[in-house]
Design a protein around this ligand. Sequence first.
Ligand SMILES: Nc1nc2c(c(=O)[nH]1)N[C@H]1C(S)=C(S)[C@@H](COP(=O)(O)OP(=O)(O)OC[C@H]3O[C@@H](n4cnc5c(N)ncnc54)[C@H](O)[C@@H]3O)O[C@H]1N2
Ligand code: MOO
Length: 462
Amino acid sequence: MTAQDAEELDVEEALAMVNDRGRRPLGTPSTPSPSTPASRAPHSSEDTRHRGTPWPEARALAERAARSVRRRTLASVTLDDALGLVLGAPLVALTDLPSFDTSAMDGWAVAGPGPWHVREDGVLAGHAQPEPLTDGEAVRIATGARVPQDSTAVLRSEHGRIDDKGRLYATLPQARDAARPGGTPTVVHGQDIRPRGQECRSGDQLLPLGTLITPPVLGLAAAAGYDTVSVIPGPRAEVLVLGDELLTEGRPHDGLIRDALGPMLPHWLGALGAEVMTVRRIGDDADALYEALKNSPADLIVTTGGTASGPVDHVHPTLRRLGAELLVDGVQVRPGHPMLLARTRENQHLVGLPGNPLAAVSGLLTLAEPLLRTLAGRAAPEPYALPLQETVHGHPRDTRLVPVARRADRAVPLHYNGPAMLRGIATADALAVVPPGGARTGQGLELLDLPWATAGIQVCFT
Ligand SMILES: Nc1nc2c(c(=O)[nH]1)N[C@H]1C(S)=C(S)[C@@H](COP(=O)(O)OP(=O)(O)OC[C@H]3O[C@@H](n4cnc5c(N)ncnc54)[C@H](O)[C@@H]3O)O[C@H]1N2
Ligand code: MOO
């Protein structure tokens, strides 16, 4: 595909190309067929209605919900704003790299066999094109400087010696000639010259559409001549923290507790590819929630708390009042089973995370991760499994997500993994997917990596 073809793609086409390359996680069934309306999936059987959607299916539904979102246009952003986004067009070299024959070392550019007469002037990086050399001539040259035309090689400064008559001799330790009696140390043609176009020619595709823009991608784009890059815009997310019992500072007191999700979620969502617009605390006020949902311009609204059926659990009633379509209403996973996914209006979704903090993490990785990843055009992570260091109890019917640390190619289950606890996940590398009934020592379990555990930079993507 040419750069121009790529410019003409819209986001949906770009996403289709990216996502077709994606792989499904272990144990995830194929996405429900397009003929099965997502809205019916949670109600497909009595059992499901009662207990929620099976965990793998919930993830597939979240991914599929993102694919139903209308076409968005690709954006052109400066390199400063591109980190963590995905290339919306292939990165095509705008120049040869290097763009001129370049000295790879500090030393002398030399022409013909030595010894050489050293010219008075020198050549520095960024300077004008030097005069060509003639055989028997050398000129001082710096790393990164343009090599004079007709140079044979660059002789490193530590491999040359200038005699008292100003003549340069090679003192190459590795020169084969030098080992022979009477042999003259010489230089190999082209040595320590990086020829123009060695890395790429102008027009070469350096990276395909769909590449995650990491720090080295930014560097490569700059080297290849880019000021801006075409990207799939990050989905905009809004976080609504519910609960009258939440404090935003100080120690818990009088039955009030600190909001643990407000400080955590925007960064986590950012690491998953979202552009977080706001975090709002709206207490247990059903009207405030309704207004916030009705007026939100976000692609994804994430609520915390209020998903169960207590007297102030307003999420379900408010979604009904809005006429939202519930795509997932409860998931067969522990913790976090009351989590939900709804289509609030065309092209806008809501993920309802349970209020218990680890249950909220479970909802984040079960529903928000596939949705955001797909909207952002990121490829699904390569599925992988590690053997368990020790037995983990399972839920009789539901999947369990258990924080684990990776130690010497084993998954070590962490304690303090109750639904209300963050102490275990705070030192975890991943969540292990424990099948119903549990898993024994040595059994291989699928792991969902935490974004910063594998690529620390991603946490800075917000
Ligand atoms: N009758 C039932 N009660 C509950 C069920 C159930 O099935 N039937 N499920 C339980 C499970 S499991 C979970 S998980 C929670 C989910 O509750 P909600 O999503 O409605 O959340 P809340 O009731 O608002 O809060 C639960 C818990 O978490 C604390 N919380 C809430 N927000 C935060 C926050 N931002 N930071 C820290 N902690 C937070 C809140 O104070 C509660 O202690 O429902 C069970 N009940
Ligand atoms: O789903 Mo709840 O997190 O089990 O406590």
